[in-house]
Design a protein around this ligand. Sequence first.
Ligand code: S6P
Ligand code: ZN
Length: 210
Amino acid sequence: MKFAEPRLCDVSIPDGLLRGGDGHYRKHYSDLEGLYADSAAFAAILAEKAGEVAYEVTSYTPGGKTSDIITGVTRMEPGKVGREYYLTRGHIHARGDRPEVYYALAGRGLMQMESPEGDVRLVEMQAGQICYVPPYWIHRSVNLGTEDLVMLFAYPADSGQDYGIIERSGGMRVRVMDDGNGGWVAEDNPAWRPRTAQEVAQIVGEEVAA
Ligand code: S6P
Ligand code: ZN
């Protein structure tokens, strides 16, 4: 048997990067159209910094095996669109039963999770804390601070990401907004539509009675 080689990577917390991995992508503000509630505020940000990086992901994906784990770092800029804190697009794992671990390395943020049935969990995180995202939860991170939010993540290599799940329901159920006192408040997203029993069953791989 040919055993896979170990890999050593450096985590640069000040730069918010994993060095020595094999993946790197950047999301610019211009890639985030339609994500935020306040479209006028978003247009103003676009006018100012369309080509700037909103968040970036560096990672290491080992080869082939379904039992492998992808490890990486997400760095997200601080800021707000209107009253809404900056966030990542969010997704559910295409293989929905695959979980994920997030470890906050710098900054102050929140892991926003939503179950297929629409339960909401908002877990505040700061450097040194781990959030376990269980199977089947839609997840995104939110930067609540004034500095970069830097998070290390690890998840099964065969998870895949379904981004459409959030679009199909009109966004996530709540939006994380500035409460006017330097804190945050979750506000209902009026555009949110619950998933049908059929959709939920499809996600969790169960049969539904016709
Ligand atoms: C992948 C994992 C992270 C995110 C990254 C960017 O399963 O959860 O690598 O991809 O934090 O967020 P998003 O929502 O744009 O994928
Ligand atoms: Zn994920």
